[in-house]
Design a protein around this ligand. Structure first.
Ligand SMILES: *Cc1c(COP(=O)(O)O)cnc(C)c1O
Length: 330
């Protein structure tokens, strides 16, 4: 199934890199990082893999406008705007504030700035408005004006989106062999709308890889997140007519969310500094820093053995560093 779409948003495979200094610092298992933050245009990140099949579907349905919902600092919205631009489609973002009392950099820097530069149409709604209803209203208006809108699923997390992460597993598998090692024993990812984790699990099951995927929640409580990921994994495997057994249970850990989505934690700020200082890698305060904080905790507490190997999926989000400068600047 590899690269079976017409729409390509990522031209090259993202690199799989060893993190020698973080590994030495933790004195534990070998840690690798999959640089999905660097692949493709539009600011990169995991959403590009998810959007390849979704935008393929939009174009196949002759749509000319892509509608997405998100907050002003949404990576999903920023990546969608850039991807729409590349294919001559009009992007519309239905926006809410993420956290009330946001400062100027939150509203005009980071992803908000990038979306503005790319000329996205922003439709602002109130905190109590429903995203789905608002998107339907925008779609209706576009239809009335003779356009053909396509509504992007929340976070790009449907079956088409998840399939992008089956490709990621196939890349890691190939790259691990090139590095003369087996597929890493653990795959760590940030889990929000669940498509990334569902795709990773699907890829691992379909390719019969003996590896465990651990999602670190940035949004939902454990039970809710596991339900979402399990449901989407089942749908994805069914869509691909996978008949093997799903013997693995889905694991999402919600211990690192802190006070909630988009709210920084002391641990995640420390982790951003640690990775920058040790490896020159930038994590984002909303997703990857919380996920990496989880991985570091798993290693420090001995949940992962020194003889095992780990791959951390860098799902992107670096524009968020600029939006959260007030929390990060020391
Ligand atoms: C959206 C996003 C995630 C979460 O991925 P899901 O597929 O929604 O679970 C993780 N990291 C970054 C940087 C993201 O933008």
């Amino acid at each position: 199934m590899y690269k079976d779409t017409k729409v390509r948003l990522i031209e090259k495979e993202s690199s799989l890199e060893f993190l020698p200094r973080l590994t030495a610092y933790l004195n534990g298992p070998k840690i690798f990082i999959k640089r999905d933050d660097e692949g493709g245009r539009s600011g990169g990140g995991n959403k590009l893999r998810k959007y390849e099949r979704i935008i393929d579907d939009a174009i196949a349905n002759n749509c000319d406008t892509l509608i997405i919902a998100g907050h002003y600092q949404s990576n999903a919205a920023r990546a969608l705007v850039g991807s729409a631009c590349r294919f001559g489609l009009k992007p519309v973002v239905v926006c809410k504030e993420l956290i009330p009392s946001q400062n100027d950099s939150f509203l005009k820097n980071g992803n908000a700035l990038l979306m503005n530069i790319m000329g996205a149409k922003i439709v602002s709604i109130d905190a109590e408005d429903d995203y789905t209803e608002s998107m339907n209203m925008v779609a209706k208006q576009i239809e009335d004006e003779g356009g053909k809108p396509y509504i992007i699923p929340f976070g790009g997390s449907n079956v088409l989106g998840a399939m992008g992460y089956i490709e990621c597993v196939e890349e890691i598998d190939k790259q691990s062999k090139e590095l003369d090692m087996g597929f890493p024993d653990y795959v760590f990812t940030a889990t929000g709308s669940g498509g990334t984790q569902a795709g990773l699990i699907s890829g691992i099951l379909m390719n019969n890889i003996p590896s465990r995927v651990i999602g670190i929640s940035v949004l939902h409580k454990k039970r809710e997140a596991e339900k979402i990921v399990t449901g989407l994994t089942a749908k994805t495997l069914e869509h691909l007519k996978f008949s093997g057994e799903i013997n693995e249970s889905v694991l999402v850990d919600d211990s690192f969310v802190g006070d909630g989505y988009g709210i920084t934690t002391a641990g995640s700020i420390d982790t951003i500094r640690l990775l920058a200082k040790l490896e020159g890698i930038f994590l984002c305060p909303v997703y990857t820093a919380k996920a990496m904080t989880g991985l570091i905790d798993y290693i420090k507490s001995g949940k992962i053995k020194d003889t095992e190997t780990v791959v951390f999926i860098h799902t992107g989000g670096s524009p968020l560093i600029y939006a959260y400068n007030d929390k990060l600047y020391n």
